[in-house]
Design a binder for this molecule. Structure first.
Ligand code: CA
Length: 225
């Protein structure tokens, strides 16, 4: 496999721990502890994925992410110390591929790395997505040729997630899309719509979860992972 994962982390113990877990998983870890050194390293080593801590000496993760995105689509997983921060980061639309909150288990990080890498170079696999057909005019969705019988809200939610496949949205962001008139709804409303959507889809596609929960963050549609 020999894929390099660049670990941008200023806590030496944590960087070492991540490096050892990623190494055991077959990746080549490369660590850097100062924000200023990241860009030159990315250009030089062209890693397969970057684990990017938010708070760093020299330059912060947000600026680094923006600067990398100006020249590269390399997958980026942002690491933050506060769960509340993730909503704000999502709002900035940095183009990161996933978000992880500290404290995390190194195993979880390895799992996320695998998922993101599989998604980013897995585009040649059987497209489950092609089995899903959305008719925007009559709010009708069919999966494997069978009508999913969605409500309008469920259709809008699914259609938005599919159009932005692979990207993670918070409940608040989804609510803004589904209820643009700012009707007062609890963010649990989104959870219940998602639950119904999944139920309807799982009848026809029991082995593939297409709408994924991202713990502490929100949801995404992904037919690859
Ligand atoms: Ca830090």
């Amino acid at each position: 496999m020999n894929e390099t994962v660049l670990i941008v982390e200023d806590e030496p113990k944590l960087a070492k721990l991540l490096g050892s877990y990623l190494g055991q998983a077959g990746y080549t870890p490369l660590t850097v502890d100062n924000g200023l050194d990241v860009l030159p390293l990315v250009r030089e080593k062209m890693p397969s994925l970057i684990l990017l801590d938010l708070m760093l000496p020299g330059k912060n993760g947000i600026d680094i992410c923006k600067e990398i995105r100006a020249f590269s689509d390399v997958p980026i997983i942002m690491v933050t110390a506060r769960i509340e921060e993730i909503d704000r980061l999502l709002g900035l639309e940095l183009g990161a591929d996933d978000y992880i909150c500290k404290p995390f288990s190194p195993r979880e990080v390895v799992a996320r790395v695998k998922t993101v890498l599989r998604r980013t170079h897995g585009s040649k696999r059987t497209p489950v997505a092609s089995m899903l057909v959305l008719d925007e005019e009559c709010y009708r969705a069919t999966l494997r040729g069978v009508d999913l019988d969605l409500t309008i809200v469920e259709f809008k939610l699914l259609s938005f997630l599919v159009a932005n496949s692979g990207r993670i949205y918070s409940r608040n962001q989804l609510m803004d899309r589904i209820y643009p008139d700012q009707r007062v709804v609890s963010d649990r409303t989104i959870d219940s719509h998602i639950k119904n959507l999944r139920k309807k889809m799982s009848v026809l596609l029991p082995d593939n979860e297409l709408i994924h929960s991202v713990y502490g963050v929100g949801y995404k549609y992904d037919s690859q992972s």
